[in-house]
Design a protein around this ligand. Structure first.
Ligand SMILES: Cc1cc2nc3c(=O)[nH]c(=O)nc-3n(C[C@H](O)[C@H](O)[C@H](O)COP(=O)(O)O)c2cc1C
Length: 435
């Protein structure tokens, strides 16, 4: 299988370069965390690098246990923040995240279509079924994954129908004739389903020049079935190349089985990058950043995801498949727990090694700790291996990591012919279709 010729690259604006202890660095800029300039600077640099999109993940809860040492998921509302960035950029796509578990579809349809107008066709919607936050929305527990995906499917259908309910060509703006719009072109959706009852139409016309790309995050069987039916791209967690190849080929065949083309669905893993001018400095950056990551938290993560309690684990004993209890009935994310089990089964790591792996300390993202040239080599390798159609960059450890990525890694990928040298269109949809 050959990858698309050009990669699609997104830049996460979630400030992963402030994670761990990185926010404590003198030049971190953390004081600006809840203002727009902080993000705008990165979005503009990403636009100068000609990236497909700037991306904001989101969660709707605060983890107060983490708050003493880091942000604890405190963040600005992603769609509002991207709206402020829209005015100061002109080409880069703006991918926001909205949960199908907690929001009503009418609100999401309106917010994302508003962002599409405000950005002249650059909005995208990252569809998530969410990991936590039920207590903030009147739910005693998170709905089961099956329920969440059934709801996500109906939710997405309703949003698409709402977008179609008021096509732009119903707007006439005929000043001489005094005709603002043609109401006959605007249709109710009259949706009655298992989860939602929505009359419509949407109180905002569709911005017809640019369809809104749909991105999905979540990769259990239910997640893949859903993604392959609607998504233009998948935001994935693939800590190793084999996981990415499996996921990509599975999603392509699922898309084909539903009458779509394999290329309609672009697999974009998260890529966590700790970059520095030398290997040794990058390793030091990684170690320093994660030095205070509490062992208790890492143990709690492993316990939640696999049911395995490592708190009294002997230091000289490897963790193997036979140590894994049967998977817990309920986990926050089946995707993340399967990736961790898979790594233990395959690598049989020592305790210390296990506690350093991206499956435990990060979001199970592909991880490069090294120089810009190391990152270019890894990306080239994964692209040649048919593992990716692109990626979403999550620079870590320092502001320098961000700059090295945008100012050295991306131009080197362009020079190799793996990435565009300039934009060929002006909308997010254009960029995703620029191959
Ligand atoms: C790479 C990745 C990114 C995700 N990003 C978000 C996010 O920003 N906000 C959120 O609420 N959930 C996020 N999720 C959670 C998923 O939407 C989903 O609820 C979760 O992974 C459980 O579904 P699964 O078992 O299919 O993976 C993400 C999941 C993955 C794998």
């Amino acid at each position: 299988m050959t990858p698309s010729k050009k990669l699609h690259i997104g830049m996460s604006l979630a400030p992963t370069w402030l994670s761990g202890d990185a926010w404590r660095r003198p030049d971190s800029g953390v004081e600006g965390l809840y203002g727009s300039d902080f993000y705008l600077d990165i979005a503009q640099r990403a636009e100068r690098a000609k990236l497909d999109f700037a991306f904001l993940p989101d969660s709707l809860f605060l983890n107060t246990d983490l708050l003493a040492s880091g942000t604890g998921f405190a963040s600005l509302d992603p769609t509002l923040l991207l709206a402020s960035i829209a005015r100061e950029t002109s080409k880069i796509g703006l991918l926001s995240t909205a949960s199908t578990t907690f929001f009503p579809p009418y609100i999401v349809a309106r917010q994302i279509q508003s962002l599409n107008w405000l950005s002249n066709g650059r909005a995208g919607w990252n569809i998530v079924t969410a990991l936590d936050g039920n207590g903030n929305f009147g739910l005693t527990e998170m709905p089961s994954p099956e329920d969440r995906y059934a709801r996500a499917a109906e939710f997405t259908e309703v949003v698409r129908r709402l977008w179609a309910s008021f096509p732009q060509d119903a707007l006439k703006l005929d000043k001489a004739g005094g005709r603002f719009a043609n109401p006959d072109g605007v249709k109710a959706v009259d949706h009655q389903g298992a989860f939602f009852s929505v009359k419509g139409p949407l109180n905002l016309p569709r911005y017809d020049k640019a369809p809104i790309p749909l991105v999905q995050a979540g990769a259990s069987a239910a997640g893949r079935a859903f993604a392959s039916s609607v998504a233009d791209a998948i935001f994935a967690s693939t800590p190793d190349m084999a996981a990415a190849i499996d996921l990509r080929s599975d999603l392509r065949s699922r898309a084909e089985a539903q009458g779509r083309q394999g290329d309609d669905i672009r697999v974009l893993p998260g890529l966590s990058l700790y970059l520095a001018p030398t290997q040794a400095e990058a390793q030091e950056l990684f170690a320093e950043t994660n030095a205070r990551m509490s062992r208790q938290r890492a143990f709690a993560t492993v316990l939640e995801m696999t049911g395995l309690d490592l708190s009294d684990w002997p230091a000289d004993s490897n963790v193997t498949a036979s140590d894994l209890p049967p998977p817990p009935e309920k986990v926050r994310s089946r995707t993340h727990s399967q990736l961790l089990r898979r790594m233990i089964e395959r690598d049989e790591p020592t305790l210390e090694d296990l506690l350093r792996r991206p499956e435990v300390i990060g979001s199970a993202h592909w991880l490069v700790v090294g120089t810009p040239a190391d990152a270019v080599a890894a990306i080239k390798d994964w692209a040649a291996g048919g593992a990716i159609d692109g990626f979403v960059a999550f620079p870590g450890g320092s502001v320098e990591s961000v700059q090295l990525f945008l100012e050295q890694v991306v131009p080197a990928l362009s020079d190799l012919g793996l990435f565009r040298k300039d934009y060929r269109g002006t909308t997010f949809f254009d960029h995703l279709n620029d191959r």
